[in-house]
Design a binder for this molecule. Structure first.
Ligand SMILES: C[S@@+](CC[C@H](N)C(=O)[O-])C[C@H]1O[C@@H](n2cnc3c(N)ncnc32)[C@H](O)[C@@H]1O
Length: 232
């Protein structure tokens, strides 16, 4: 590839990101979650702004950019599980928006896994400031790489909004499979966006229904999967 075509590719991807951010900013303005609840979950954070980022994480980890609120609510409400029996896990929990919205539902507990310590701190501040309905369950953030996170055996709902590459997601899914092997149970993967669909192995996981259309923007369409052996 010539220097000029590389430069052009860089400029095109920057323009695409700017136009995506503008769409998201507009959705956030309409939904006004941050203003209504006294938190800050909207502004993006680039991987190179994260102090822990090294060459490998820069290649594998995505930026912070939140899922729109209506998409989160719809996905959790539509999920085929009893919320009160299980813990909810958001991989790449960022500023904690998904966790806050999940706290509107009666999950046993709500867990976030986020590798940036600054983002973990921001999410904890947001939990303290949150001026919404009383949270129905405890919120805990684990500041570490999702691939190294030991899956709790009461976890039953796993939320992914394109936090990392397919290679990292395969490790996380293997850890979930180990947990299900230790403690047999039905679990749900909730994949927002299409980026991680290739990570899902059809032998261990089967789709639940057709993709759920996002009420915000089709980029955020959601697909559920369940572990085949307990899906009956
Ligand atoms: C696209 S944002 C999603 C944020 C949030 N889950 C939501 O949907 O609003 C992805 C987040 O994953 C985090 N992340 C990326 N790679 C990670 C990894 N290997 N382990 C833990 N967190 C990671 C990023 O720092 C970022 O905050």
């Amino acid at each position: 590839m010539t220097h000029d075509s590389k430069r052009q590719r860089g400029l095109d991807s920057l323009a695409a990101q700017e136009s995506f951010d503008a769409v998201l900013a507009n959705i956030d303005k309409i939904e006004a979650f941050d203003v209504a609840y006294g938190v800050e979950t909207s502004s993006p954070v680039e991987p190179w702004q994260i102090q822990e980022a090294d060459d490998i994480t820069l290649l594998n980890n995505s930026r912070y950019s939140p899922t729109p609120v209506k998409t989160i609510r719809q996905a959790i409400a539509a999920s085929p599980v009893r919320h009160d029996d299980i813990a909810f896990v958001d991989f790449g929990s960022g500023k904690g928006r998904v966790m806050l919205v999940a706290s509107e539902f009666p999950f046993k507990r709500i867990i976030g896994v986020e590798y940036s310590s600054d983002l973990c701190e921001t999410s904890r501040r947001n939990f303290e400031r949150f001026d919404g309905l009383p949270k129905r369950s405890t919120l805990e953030v684990h500041c570490r790489d999702a691939a190294e996170f030991m899956i709790p055996d009461d976890a039953g709902f796993f939320y992914f909004y394109e936090p990392f590459t397919v290679a990292v997601a395969r490790k996380v899914l293997r850890n979930i499979e180990f947990s299900v092997h230790r403690q047999p149970r039905k679990v749900i993967l909730c994949l927002v966006g299409r980026g991680l669909l290739p990570a899902v192995d059809g032998k261990s996981w089967r789709p639940v229904g057709a993709p759920l259309k996002s009420p915000d923007e089709q980029y955020f369409d959601t697909q559920f999967y369940t572990n085949s052996q307990y899906s009956g």
